[in-house]
Design a protein around this ligand. Structure first.
Ligand code: GH3
Ligand code: MG
Ligand code: MG
Ligand code: MG
Length: 319
């Protein structure tokens, strides 16, 4: 662990470092003023703005120094990003209550009075470093927990079978995109897609083959939508939805037609399909207009269009 000694006296620095080095603390950095110490700290901090880590585990701070005194230095250091938890021990000749109070108020954790006792110094250093160790451990655990939460968050919004977004994520995203489109007067379209005669497919080829077919269709949809804000989701059993922000009716229709064609071109055999010999999908497109007041209405319109596609022979797109 790294100890930073800040003292304007060459002799004091030498005595302190000798004692510490003689007792197994071999990572000692010495600075002769608060200004140099602060420069050193700033130069040795790394990490993101919200999670700065600094290569200093303990500071031994002289009380009386020219220019910036020890107590003021404590206060300045405590205000540096990432320095809130680094233990600071004041090494001071002044022991009146007022000075000690000021030191603690400025952020010091402990103090040693000059001339100091070697054993007392080592005991206080050990205690401060133990404290720092516990703080570091707690921070590591917090970091791990944050990571884990992020992963859980991701997992809870993904459909386990197909890997596209699940219904929950879809609902959340549509709510956000709907509000954004209304607020900014932007276009917004959605596509609903449903596999044709999928019950018969399962009955003919088995549930496992049905699952594989769902995966392939999800992947076709995913390959088509390319813009960062677009979202493909599994809406339910064999139904998918696509959210297309900033996309008008014609744009959404083009994407739906491409999806229809690409699924057909997979040429997944489906002998019981009454459309043809392969798996196909039917699609419905809806686009935000002044008549649509809620996202539920937008969905309903897509569902109605999809129903039109089913009624008019399947393997087609309606808007
Ligand atoms: P239509 O062309 O009118 O859409 O007919 P359909 O048979 O596709 O529609 P229906 O709603 O009657 O049947 C949907 C089928 O989708 C029934 C169900 O077994 C199947 N299905 C739903 N979820 C899954 C799934 O996760 N895996 C598999 N293998 N099949 C599923
Ligand atoms: Mg001094
Ligand atoms: Mg269905
Ligand atoms: Mg179906």
């Amino acid at each position: 662990m790294s100890i930073l000694i800040v003292d304007d006296s060459t002799l004091a620095r030498a005595v302190l470092s000798d004692i510490l080095m003689g007792n197994g603390y071999d990572d000692i950095v010495m600075k002769s003023s608060a200004k140099e110490a602060i420069e050193y700290i700033l130069k040795n901090s790394c990490g993101s703005p919200s999670d700065v880590s600094i290569e200093v585990d303990l500071i031994l701070m002289d009380g009386i120094m020219p220019e910036i005194e020890g107590i003021e230095a404590c206060r300045l250091i405590r205000n540096i990003e990432g320095m809130a938890d680094i233990p600071i021990i004041m090494v001071t000749g002044k022991t009146d209550i007022k000075t000690l109070q000021d030191a603690f108020d400025a952020g010091a954790n402990d103090y040693i009075t000059k001339p100091f006792n070697k054993l007392e110094l080592l005991a206080r250093v050990r205690a401060a470093l133990n404290l720092k160790y516990e703080i570091d451990k707690r921070k590591d655990r917090e970091r791990e927990l944050k990571e884990l939460n992020k992963i859980l968050q991701e997992l809870s919004s993904i459909d386990g079978l197909t890997g596209v977004a699940n219904r929950r994520r879809f609902d959340e995203t549509l709510e956000i995109e709907f509000k954004r489109a209304v607020r900014n007067n932007k276009k917004l379209s959605i596509i609903m897609a449903d596999i044709d005669f999928f019950k018969e497919y399962n009955d003919t080829y088995g549930h496992q083959a049905g699952d594989d077919c769902l995966k392939k269709i999800a992947s076709v949809l995913n390959d088509i939508v390319k813009r960062p804000g677009d979202l493909v989701a599994r809406y339910g059993g064999e139904e998918f939805v696509v959210i297309l922000p900033d996309t008008d009716e014609q744009g959404a229709k083009n994407i739906a037609l491409l999806a229809k064609n690409n699924v057909e071109n997979l040429k997944i055999p489906h002998e019981k399909s009454r459309v043809g010999e392969h798996v196909t999908i039917s699609l419905g497109v809806s686009t935000l207009t002044e008549d649509i007041a809620t996202r539920h209405q937008l969905l309903k319109e897509a569902d109605i269009a999809l129903y039109e596609s089913k009624k008019s022979g399947r393997n087609c797109v309606h808007v």
